[in-house]
Ligand binder design. Structure first.
Ligand code: CP
Length: 313
């Protein structure tokens, strides 16, 4: 089995279909061995991983930490609010200071698009993008892909609808790159104010009528309205949004047999998704969270030069 050929994971855009498959297959092996056993691998023993979360996170931060511990790495969790950034130290000086502590891998979440690329250009460590503004969130797309493949038995030729706030979502960008590379039909749905003009250039369909969009869907992925990234006021109102674009019980009942419902989280119940749907048998939202651990183990393992046969034998 070949080594993973990338030094950083900054986005899905630079990955090939083979790279994506390599990550998902490695994650599957980790899941097969670790699920329910809490088994650890010493693959990253002696390596220091710096978790640089400059924006809030529950799922990504926790699952990276668990993945790092399962791989035996030493971890340093940097808290922006408790750091000397508040005394006026620049981001550049902060990262150069942290680099002198010789991390092997830096995991970064930041509100600025391109922040992970900035780090990759200025550090010797491998960099993993854990979400940069509205640009990309590659490990989220990888865990989404893993969950789809596991639930439906394939990651090719599916009708996948991604709905809600497309404009401010980094998850949708990474998912479009990934799902199109794997040969799926991707439809975006949401109010025209929340869909960037020209997005069809990425090879996706746009359907403003949500009921039409989900008729033939194998996967419906709902997205939260990202108020923290909005400079304009939100239109329509949350109530109107739920009426036109919310995944309600009634809409769920019209989905075809076997269709699954996804959400990267955090969810806003009663806005983009109703409780009866989020907690239904069709929902794989908690599987997405759990699979995030194995996918992030795979990413860290492969970036550190690990080979799949080292863990499967
Ligand atoms: N999906 C996701 O990135 O969730 P968190 O913001 O909680 O990490």
């Amino acid at each position: 089995m070949k080594n993973f050929k990338h030094r950083h994971l900054l986005g899905i855009e630079p990955l090939s279909k083979e790279d994506i498959t390599q990550i998902l297959d490695t994650a599957k092996i980790f899941k097969g061995i670790c699920k329910g056993t809490n088994k650890k691998f010493p693959a990253l023993k002696g390596k220091l991983i710096l978790n640089l979360f400059m924006e809030n996170s529950t799922r990504t931060r926790s699952s990276f930490e668990i993945a790092e511990k399962r791989l035996g790495a030493d971890t340093l969790n940097f808290s922006a609010s408790a750091s000397s950034l508040s005394k006026g130290e620049s981001f550049y000086d902060t990262i150069k200071t942290l680099e002198s502590m010789e991390p092997h891998i830096v995991v970064i979440r930041h509100s600025s698009p391109g922040s992970s690329k900035f780090l990759a250009n200025n550090l010797n460590a491998s960099v993993v993008n854990a979400g940069d503004g509205a640009h990309e969130h590659p490990t989220q797309a990888l865990l989404d892909a893993y969950t789809i493949r596991e639930a439906l038995g394939t990651l090719e030729g599916l009708n996948i609808v991604i709905a809600g706030d497309i404009k401010h979502s980094r998850v949708v960008r990474s998912n479009i790159w990934l799902l199109k590379k794997m040969g799926n039909n991707v439809t975006l749905s949401g109010p025209p104010t929340l869909i960037p003009p020209g997005i069809e250039k990425l090879g996706v369909n746009v359907e403003y009528n949500f009921d039409n969009a989900i008729k033939d869907a194998d996967v419906v992925m709902m997205l939260r309205i990202q108020r923290e990234r909005m400079v304009e006021s939100f239109f329509p109102s949350l109530q109107e949004f739920n009426m036109l674009y919310g995944l309600t019980k009634k809409r769920m009942e019209n989905l075809k047999n076997g269709a699954i419902v996804m959400h990267p989280g955090p969810i806003n119940r009663g806005v983009e998704i109703n409780s009866e749907v989020a907690d239904s048998k069709r929902s794989v939202i908690l599987e997405q969270v759990s699979n995030g651990i194995y996918v992030r183990m795979a990413v860290l393992f492969l970036l550190a030069g690990g080979r799949i046969n080292e863990i499967s034998n």
